[in-house]
Write a protein that binds this ligand. Structure first.
Ligand code: LLP
Length: 399
């Protein structure tokens, strides 16, 4: 367990753990705290699960773009999945070589494509025919060819929050099979400027039902065959990211079992699809290794509810407000006497600013600290300075 109590004091991280009660002694402001060892361990575990499959892990930078994670990925021999020029530049600056970077996303600008093609990245996952036209024009202007993969829309309605499902027909992502064939004609007409290297998928995020991944692979197989029949040798097949974690229970054992099922499903479903299988995991690698620490400013009891008002909120972790995510919240020092049912809310001036609603906590007092679990992914990367509250510092307990 990454978070556990000893003598009612909360400890965090892999062994040797850090005592959070000691850590907060000198703190005033909220802070993200990460254990890089856990990130590296997950990366290596991912790698090992697919040891018998030629593959490459492209860490989804959007989950957490802190350079320490990217430098570690570079050192581990991994790659990056980026979705903006900013992420691409960050990955390059952190030592991830261009031949290990892939670029996803529906809205790539001219400038972003220029950077991608000029840097010579591994592949651009194309999301529309308009984008492909733009890629060809940019490649021609730079006199440098681009490698493209078609992100296909596999028509899978993945079981997750609707805001983070991306693989169904009604979503803005990917290209359906007929449109892929139109893209193929475009590439064949401009062989100097674009080459087809593969097919990509990404059906959504925080997906726990591995059957969704199996379905996506089944649905994409005919497209891969059709491309091969047209004479394209698929160097890569990118299965995307999206494998989820159990936020509400924090049950890592169950998560490992589910991950083993995921690995089986992918190994079976991706067999023979391409020379190399690409993965774009974000959350599974980085979510658990981070926590967000916040201090209780007030405990406000009203006739209707009790509010634990903390100095952090949706500006530092928007997931509860946006996706009704349930992150565990643990007092840094646990008082045994009484528990209260409370809403844990932030200081911002709107009612969406909560971290948890109606949760049972040991009785809290002004000045107590809370740890919000699993804040390594999509916390700092989605944070804002709303109400002109500054971003929290980020601390690595072990670099
Ligand atoms: N690849 C692509 C093309 C993606 O769009 C994403 C995530 C990933 C990979 C990584 O997915 P992961 O393995 O982390 O699930 N803000 C939301 C998650 C949005 C995910 C967007 N795309 C959240 O906090 O749950």
């Amino acid at each position: 367990m990454l978070l556990n109590y000893r003598d009612d004091r909360l400890y965090f991280g892999l062994e040797p753990q850090v005592c959070l009660a000691d850590l907060v002694q000198s703190l005033e402001e909220p802070r993200y705290v990460y254990d890089l060892r856990h990130f590296a361990r997950r990366y290596e575990q991912f790698q090992a699960a697919f040891a018998d499959l030629p593959h490459m892990i492209h860490y989804a930078v959007k989950a957490n773009a802190h350079p320490a994670f990217l430098r570690r990925v570079a050192a581990l021999g991994g790659g990056a999945d980026v979705v903006s020029g900013g992420e691409l530049q960050r990955a390059l600056d952190c030592g991830i070589p261009p031949e290990r970077i892939i670029f996803s996303g529906v809205g790539k600008s001219q400038a972003e494509l220029r950077l991608a093609i000029a840097s010579g990245i591994k592949q651009i996952n194309v999301e529309s025919i308009g984008e492909l036209r733009r890629i060809i024009a940019v490649a021609e202007a730079l006199d440098k060819p681009a490698r493209v993969a078609f992100r296909c829309n596999p028509a899978v309605d993945a079981e997750t929050h609707p805001y983070i499902a991306t693989g169904f027909r009604s979503h803005k992502f990917g290209i359906d099979a007929e449109a892929v064939m139109a893209c193929v004609s475009l590439v064949l007409a401009a062989p100097r400027w674009a080459s087809v290297v593969g097919v990509s998928l990404h059906i959504g995020s925080q997906i726990l039902d591995v059957g969704n991944f199996a379905e996506a692979l089944r649905n994409t197989r005919p497209l891969a065959s059709a491309l091969r029949e047209r004479g394209f040798r698929l160097a890569t097949f990118d299965v995307g990211g999206g494998f989820g974690i159990y936020y509400d229970t924090g049950d890592e054992t169950r998560e490992q079992d589910n991950f083993a099922r995921y690995a089986e499903v992918i190994k079976q479903g991706a067999q023979g699809l391409a020379d190399e299988i690409l993965f774009e995991p974000g959350r599974f690698l980085v979510a658990r290794c981070g926590i967000l620490l916040g201090r209780v400013e007030y405990v406000k009891a009203t006739p209707y509810k009790t509010f634990v008002i903390v100095n952090t909120g949706m500006h530092h972790l928007i997931r509860p407000a946006l996706y009704q995510a349930r992150h565990r919240i643990l007092p840094v020092v646990r008082r045994a006497e009484r528990t209260v049912t409370a809403d844990v809310v932030g200081p911002l001036c709107e009612s969406s600013d909560f971290l948890a609603l109606g949760v049972e906590l040991p009785e809290m007092r002004e000045g107590d600290w809370l740890a919000i679990a699993d804040a390594g992914a999509y916390a700092r990367s989605m944070a804002s300075e709303y109400n002109l509250r500054p971003f929290p510092e980020e601390q690595f307990i072990v670099e």
